[in-house]
Design a protein around this ligand. Sequence first.
Ligand code: 25A
Ligand code: L14
Length: 338
Amino acid sequence: MKKYKVAVVGATGVVGNEMIKMLENRNFPVESIKLLASQRSVGKKLKFKGQDIPVELLTHDSGKGLDLALFSAGGGTSKEFAPSFAKAGCFVVDNSSAWRMDDNCPLVVPEVNPNDLSKDKKIIANPNCSTIQMVVALKPLHDYAKIKRVIVSTYQAVSGAGSKGIHDLENQTKALGKGEPIPPLEKFPYQIAFNLLPHIDVFEENGYTKEEMKMTNETMKIMGDKSIKVSATCVRVPVLRAHSESVWIETEKELTPEKARELLSAAKGVEVIDNPAENKYPMPLFAQNQQKTFVGRIRKDISCDKGLTFWVVSDNLLKGAALNAVEIAEMLVSKGIL
Ligand code: 25A
Ligand code: L14
């Protein structure tokens, strides 16, 4: 089997770290690996398949001789460096929001739109974490019943905001447990322990946040259907890992809960956990470190004729980021593009 020269950009970050583990865990055919980050991390060592790999500085020459780079170093870094990698002939799978709505860049969830990948599109965008797990569940329902509208509220883990978000929740919780005042805030504008923040990313003119508008715009692009209307409310919750979503849909064709359960049970990447009689439903605590998207609480909406409502949970660092990126790379290989 052919093997590839791979780099992880932002390797020392929370998502970068999971990318390294996913390449290893899924046995991606790696010939050599480069771990790149900012000056701050140069000299650190990270493990890949038992070997210590030194972290190197990201430069405009880093892409030369590489086949594939997985980026997760923030939007600004991706905007600046992804084009020089692509120019050097390297495929880039980018986890930031920098390229997602660019018409020249495919925005891909392998279960939904693998055919958007092509040989001449070197920069591929990995969608927003909340959008990925939602479209994995929406796709089989849309193919059957055509979704007209989606109303979604998210319950997003602090790890989506990187290592500083994790520090905030952990340090605040420890301090409060000891009856001490909370330490200075690192990431969030307010205390997150024992609290909820209805605010992720920046506010836009229409009153929605940028995170909420990503769910609207990215869903249309990934599903290839501009008629699907999405209204989202994105909320940060004091959970370390795995995002949860309360999803409501209105369909054109009748869709019973039984049919939805059947369609979702057969869908790739989905596991249905839906047995109220035994208190069985998806929860973030049990979705962490899992590769599946879990769906439960599937029920007919009592306020609307063709409405259905359900609950979706998935690990935001895996299917929401690192796993989806590695699955895109696997898809490039299986299609003979890479
Ligand atoms: O919404 P976006 O823009 O798409 O962003 C999504 C994610 O990107 C990261 C952040 O994740 C966020 O959740 N990010 C965004 N903007 C950033 C910025 N200005 C940013 N990260 C740093 N600076 P994260 O915190 O997990 O970081 C992800 C990785 O990005 C690397 N990186 C950043 N700028 C880079 C770069 N790599 C190459 N070139 C650049 N110009 C970053 O590597 C990290 O691996 P690093 O070497 O900068 O950080 C290594 C360690 O340092 C800690 N740290 C982070 N910020 C600070 C810090 N330490 C001190 N002061 C800081 N300000 C981290 O804990 C990390 O472990
Ligand atoms: O567009 O939880 O990938 O703060 C980056 C920030 C996802 C959410 C993106 C967060 C977002 C994340």
